[in-house]
Design a protein around this ligand. Structure first.
Ligand code: ADP
Length: 464
């Protein structure tokens, strides 16, 4: 496995590599290449001046121009031509150069296509003055009868001393830069990596659910964002954890009630002969059915959430659907003194999975029956036009829903009041099943409600 290194180590290493490269480059340019740069610059200057001299040769005040060129560039210029005797500037060896050497220089320039650079030009003048480290550019020009030789020269001072000085300075620079890099690494570690470590340590508690609101003492936007992302994640994890605990409590409660009934009635039938009758056996069967429905719903929600359920859509008559559902509850409502109304003023057709849509309506009606303690219970199931759609609804005059809870009731296992009546048909995770089914159909759905007055659960379908 690849060995992991700390961020501090990586940042420090990168800094030192970068600084090392910069120092290396400086060393190369200031010492190794310095001489070459200097020489190249000098020879380029000499060549340029020889060209400038040539361009001014036919001008009236050229002597002044040459003098200026010579002074400002610290070079020596001499021109020999058959039209003028000679001219020169600067008190250098060119003035005393003998004819033999001049001829020699001119020949070399001609051989070289008219221009020749002599580096390390050695010449001993007649005053026995040795010239060392001389650079000379000779330019031979032939135009008709006019023949000229331009010579520009300069001394190239060896840079050994300069390089030595630079080298000794370089040692000091390296030492200072290393100390500064170490300080910079420390600063980065404090400014950038410390908050990262802090957040990292805190976020380790996330998994254990013990992450308090973290406020990292840092003004950077990125850390603030990371901080709030983690705090959000923390809140979500805690909410999910709470939901998980509630789910366990609710599911076990919903499972335990029918199981208690089944066991109780079963034992009663076993122990008391007179109790072995159809009515009691039906209680066991109904409770077992309820249990089975609960397990089915739990499975359905999780399979729908993971997209494992396919819809079997057919063309359904809205009127027929509502009448069927009405008939399912008609008798029960009559016997329970609940006024059940049906409103199918308009007939319409829409595409949906009939069984699933019936399931939604059953859940809505069960809830309408469950969440109503009034003596005059009223439930209306029906359809009305809503914008371009048909709105299928189940309305009750029950306890209603608080505004603060209205969005949460569709969540899995959410209960406004933890103690509720047992439903007539169904399982108890009804609305999350409805939500999954309606979302799978792409139907708009919702609830209008006023606490203590009414609730109207609905979904919108389109004529097809
Ligand atoms: P359960 O009925 O088992 O609690 P549901 O998902 O069907 O599960 O409903 C979630 C919550 O929504 C209910 O606990 C209840 O507080 C609220 N609720 C649903 N239908 C109604 C209604 N018709 N009137 C008032 N409250 C309702």
């Amino acid at each position: 496995m690849k060995k992991k290194t700390s961020l501090t180590f990586k940042v420090t290493l990168l800094l030192f590599v970068f600084v090392g490269m910069v120092l290396g480059l400086i060393y190369m340019f200031q010492t190794v290449f310095l001489d070459d740069f200097y020489t190249k610059q000098k020879t380029d200057t000499l060549k340029n001046i020889s060209r400038i001299v040539e361009s001014h040769m036919n001008e009236p005040y050229k002597e002044e121009k040459y003098a200026e060129l010579s002074m400002s560039n610290e070079v020596c210029i001499r021109i020999i031509s058959n039209s003028e005797k000679y001219s020169y500037t600067g008190g250098c060896f060119l003035k005393d150069m003998d004819v033999e050497t001049i001829n020699h220089v001119a020949e070399d320039a001609i051989k070289n296509g008219g221009e020749k650079l002599f580096d390390d030009f050695k010449y001993v003048s007649r005053f026995d003055k040795r010239t060392d480290d001389l650079y000379l550019v000779a330019r031979y020009i032939e135009k008709g009868d006019s023949v000229s030789l331009i010579m520009v020269s300069s001394i190239v001072t060896p840079l050994d001393v300069t390089v030595k000085t630079l080298k000794s300075q370089y040692g000091m620079i390296v030492a200072i830069v290393i100390v500064m890099t170490a300080l910079l690494a420390l600063l980065i570690s404090k400014l950038v990596l410390k908050p990262v470590k802090e957040i990292n340590n805190e976020s380790k508690k996330l998994a254990k659910g013990g992450y308090d609101y973290l406020n990292v003492d840092d003004s950077s936007v990125e850390f603030e964002e990371l901080n709030s992302t983690l705090n959000q994640a923390n809140e979500d994890i805690q909410a999910a954890d709470k939901a998980r605990k509630e789910l366990m409590a609710n599911v076990s409660h919903d499972l335990r009630t029918p199981l208690t009934m089944i066991v109780g009635y079963g034992e009663m039938i076993r122990d008391i002969d007179e109790e072995n009758n159809e009515e009691n056996i039906n209680v066991i069967i109904n409770e077992a059915k309820r249990l089975s429905a609960l397990v089915d719903d739990i499975l359905l929600v999780s399979r729908m959430e993971t997209g494992q359920i396919e819809l079997h859509n057919t063309r359904i008559s809205g009127k027929e659907l509502l009448e069927n559902v009405y008939r399912q509850y008609e008798k029960y409502c009559e016997s329970s003194n609940v006024s059940l109304k049906l409103n199918t003023a308009c007939d319409f057709f829409f595409k949906a999975d009939k069984a699933r849509i019936e399931q939604v309506l059953y859940n809505f009606i069960n809830n309408a029956l469950n969440y109503n303690d009034k003596d005059n219970q009223e439930i209306e199931i029906g359809v009305k036009k809503h914008e371009n759609a048909y709105r299928i609804y189940v309305k009750d005059n029950g306890e209603g829903i608080d505004e603060e809870n209205i969005d949460k009731i569709w969540e899995r296992y959410y209960k406004v009041d933890k103690q509720h009546k047992r439903s007539h048909i169904g399982s108890g995770i009804g609305l999350s099943v409805c939500k999954q089914i309606l979302m799978a159909h792409d139907f708009n759905y919702g609830v209008n409600s006023k606490k203590g007055e009414f609730s109207e659960f609905y979904f919108d379908v389109y004529e097809c």
